[in-house]
Design a binder for this molecule. Sequence first.
Ligand code: PMP
Length: 453
Amino acid sequence: MTVSTAAADQTVCQPLSVLGRDVRVPLVTGGEVEYAALDYAASAPALQRVWDDVAAYAPYYGSVHRGAGYLSQLSTDLFEKARVEVAEFLDCRESDELLFTRSTTDSLNLLAACLPAGCRVFVFETEHHASLLPWRGAEVTHLDAPRTPAEAVTTLERALAAREPHGPALVCVTGASNVTGEIWPVRELAEVAHAHGARIVLDAAQLAPHHPVSVQELDVDWVAFSGHKLYAPFGSGVLAGRSDWLEEAEPYLAGGGASRSVSRREDGGVDVVWHGGAARHEAGSPNVIGAYAIASACKALTEAGFDSLVARERQLVERVRAGLADIPGVTVLSLFGEAAERVGVLSFVVSGWNSSHFAAALSAEYGIGVRDGLFCAHPLVRTLLGSTAEAPGECGAPEGAAGEQSLNAIRVSFGAGTPDEHVERFLGAVRELVTDGARWTYRTEGGRCVPAV
Ligand code: PMP
């Protein structure tokens, strides 16, 4: 993707107001501290604005689509308006359909259920499992991890050119990696896909919260993202894009809302006429509050101004990268190298440390919430670590000599609500742990590293 460089010249905004900023958590070493939420890539805190909008709407909540009452009609209007607003946020084409789903995982599984017969799917091994795994009914070509954005484009081009027979094809690509934060060349991949008669779906789970996503500018056929990573944690996600494959497929879920009419046949069976449009794949009572919350988050981010949000996040990314580079024994994982454009997601390993142990110490001794493991992108993290082992070792004490291979990694991620202090505390804590070691002892319990007492 070619991401706007205009952000570099933009005014940097203040962090947006999010819930949980003043939550204090206990430390094993005594006392308590304001929680530093640095796991935005898993789930971002709710924007205060989203929470306020949802609270203001909640008394008016009613069943949608079928209710005759005033609040049902109001809720139906708001639900359908949310659809239009999110489509505008994504700069969808006039003819595109926008479906509310549960999440990115749900959206991509829905699309997978709509693939035309004989469709071949092309997917890089670097994808999150949500975009790597849903294509079970199709022939899948898994592409090796590219080491530059340009190599991603040539790898895809070669694979598409070699495809036989020339039936329908879909490329699935992530916009920003949930492991390295690196931005993928989405526009260029879309160009190659279309030149070879294939379609492309963008997994924007990590991109949409950090960057404007324009379906038309990127020229992707579909886009998927999750509300809970976009500051709207009310259980909704989005799939938006071309309507033809969606219209031609059987409904994703069978049930009320998707069915226009159902009648008994003479032979005792049941005939169903399914709806077209969004309703076809949205059977059951939709998550109105979830959809409303996503639309509210889209408005909040747009009003805050993506250019200044991007500029601020870029400063934080640079601060974290420079800070980590200055700490001996810390290696930041990267596929595309120094020059890559990134969102606020970085994974790293610390020489001589089990990553679970390190993450547990950041939490228990500093009140910092990060993530450790393989981040539902096992092939990518194993490629980056150069490891093939199945499971990380036991924690309990710093283990592994300097230079020994790590089996999992630590991920720090942040966004529009992150204050500078959280990033500074994180860097200070990493340095202290590396220099002085943990002050507490830890043990493994249920596969997780936890303080021993
Ligand atoms: N794609 C990417 C790139 C992700 O980071 C994630 C979540 N970590 C997903 C898909 C899946 O999102 P969800 O769990 O909300 O379905």
